[in-house]
Write a protein that binds this ligand. Structure first.
Ligand code: FES
Ligand code: FES
Length: 190
């Protein structure tokens, strides 16, 4: 009943039409089927397709053959899935792959390929047992050293608080980071 309205502030169809015209355009919708995405990982662009609900961790492990980051708690608690995203240490199990486009992602594979001193320092300090936490700790350590070169043991203890080791290798890990920091200060950067 077009044009029917009531006086005294009661809605009319004309008013409803005006409101509809003023509403912001609907946001674009992706999915639920897989959509193509491009990620920047370890300095290279990689193309894949993901369902919008897929985490970056699952995309790396299941589609990109990057399995260093581990899926342990899958809820942002343990740090086994740690990566570096545009300079920030992040849990990849808490990020959507589709939202990770346009960012520079660094994984243990990239850190290892550059032979960063933290790798040898972990070995020299016997800083692993079962190894489940180790990839995440190495990446977190590298990200920490990027921002805190040549840290003290106490600074490392605080700085790596987002990663857990059920085998209790914390002392070796912290000493490895201190040692790697000394090497980096001495000029051997990666
Ligand atoms: S698997 Fe991501 S924080 Fe534990
Ligand atoms: S070495 Fe086993 S959980 Fe850390």
């Amino acid at each position: 009943m077009r044009g029917v309205g009531l006086s005294g502030g009661v809605l009319s169809t004309g008013l409803l039409e005006q409101e509809a015209q003023a509403a912001p355009p609907a946001a674009p919708v992706s999915g639920p089927a897989a959509v193509p995405i491009t990620l920047r990982i370890n300095g290279k662009s990689v193309n894949t397709s993901v369902e919008p609900r897929e985490t970056l961790l699952d995309t790396m492990r299941n589609s990109l053959d990057l399995t260093a980051a581990k899926r342990v708690c899958d809820r942002g608690t343990c740090g086994a899935c740690t990566i570096i995203v545009s300079g920030k240490v992040m849990y990849s199990c808490t990020m959507l792959a589709i939202d990770s486009q346009g960012k520079e992602i660094e994984t243990l594979e990239g850190i290892s390929a550059k032979n960063h001193p933290i790798i040898a320092a972990f070995v020299a300090n016997d800083a692993q047992q079962c190894g489940y936490c180790t990839p995440g700790f190495v990446v977190a350590s590298k990200g920490f050293l990027d921002k805190h070169p040549n840290p003290t043991y106490e600074e490392v203890k605080k700085g790596l608080g987002g990663n857990l080791c059920r085998c209790g290798t914390y002392m070796g890990i912290r000493q490895a980071v201190v040692d790697a920091g000394k090497q980096l200060k001495g000029g051997r950067n990666a």
